[in-house]
Ligand binder design. Sequence first.
Ligand code: NOJ
Ligand code: CA
Length: 494
Amino acid sequence: MSDRWWKDAVLYQVYPRSFADANGDGIGDLAGVTERLEYLQWLGVDGIWLNPIHPSPNVDWGYDVSDYTGIHPHLGTLADLDRLVAQAEARGIRILLDLVPNHTSDQHPWFRERPDFYVWADEIPNNWESIFGSGPAWTLDPERGRYYLHNFAPQQPDLNWWNPEVGAEFERILRFWFDRGVAGFRIDVAQAIVKDRELRDDPVIPGLGIQRFYSMFRPETHEILRAWRTLAESYEPPRLLLGEAYSLDVEQWAGYFGQNGDQLDLAFAFMLTHAELDADEMRGIVAEVVAALPADAWPCWTGSNHDIGRLATRWARGDEARARCALVMLLTLRGTPCLYYGDELALEAGEVPAERVVDCATPSRDPGRTPMPWTPEGGWVEPWLPLTDTRRNVEEQRADTSSTLHFTRDLIGLRRRVPDLRSGAYAEVPAPVGAWAWSRGDGVVVALDLGDEPVEIEGIDGSIALSTNRTRDGEHVSGGLSLAPYEGAIVSLT
Ligand code: NOJ
Ligand code: CA
């Protein structure tokens, strides 16, 4: 076991409004998550990241926070959160919350009472663009007659991190939750917290458009992350900082880990989610990530979330065999995997007709946020987002040992039993065109055929510990491993 629990962990992202609804009002809630802890323990997850649970006008569904130390009444109460943390702990599961330090809601009392907490200008001062809507990132506040900055929606004013009192408030917020037993935070737009003090224009590169060089990615953000690391380390066990750190530039992204682990513990490796499920492309990205990371740094692998949608649709185009290959990859690369609720079922994007869309972004992210199908009927009463396709649901897959749900559970179980799968070094193994193979430590080889032709990975001797085609589990391998298209296997070497 490593000294940090999260290095051995499998994380699981819960979008609280869509996971489980305990009181039947159509909105998932904290009590619903507590009721489903038995399921999550059975699946084998070690930590749950909850998307924001705080009071919010829900312009951006919780990412516009109006009270950082409260709980949104739709989701429950502080007592419900305490109960969830305690009951999860009893099952060996830790709870992570979502910290939104870049901006608040315009309904947060600070926006009226503490204008010095936000970024203002008398005229629109630069070319910065809002991420939602692609218009200017500046909006006139009629009450003050001045413009305020919002990198996201106009209802999400950006905080002014040059004001040390903002930092002091966030340290208070972190302590509030750490003291309640919360195991850590996923940090929203961790790359954007500090803005250029002089508000200089973002560069515009012909053909590529605006580059968020001054409105985001400022070097001073690293100082904030360092301070939070120190704070997180003052707890026992140290609290986890998992950054969204959305940069597709691998070198820049690796910078958020800092030196000797003095910034983020984990950062999502989103470059993989921008790739196709293609052996050459993915192998190349993983090689870049491995080369760029500081020696002790640990990436967080994910294939789905509430912004980028579901891997079973994006990577696998609905095909369960491909989704299983993606799950093998996420759970056997060196790093910490984070599954999104439903990944374990190969759940696809939901269908959300135009009149039901509630997201503020274009294109709408709602298809990746539809309710968890618990039963063939869904298990929901008039949910807030439609649940129409329940072909892949928990009840039926749990009753069927050949299902993707059992496959995912067995994969997590194998990872738990085999130390090499958690901490063994990653090294590429030669594989024919269309295939990707790698070893973990000395004891394991993982191989995926992501092409349309059968392949043979040469020089492999051992036995198949787990295959996406379950009939091959336990098969003896001598001299080479044959794989059919979209088949993957984890081989224990002899
Ligand atoms: C990233 C979050 O994941 C996304 O859902 C949100 O809209 C933006 N940050 C703004 O907070
Ligand atoms: Ca509810």
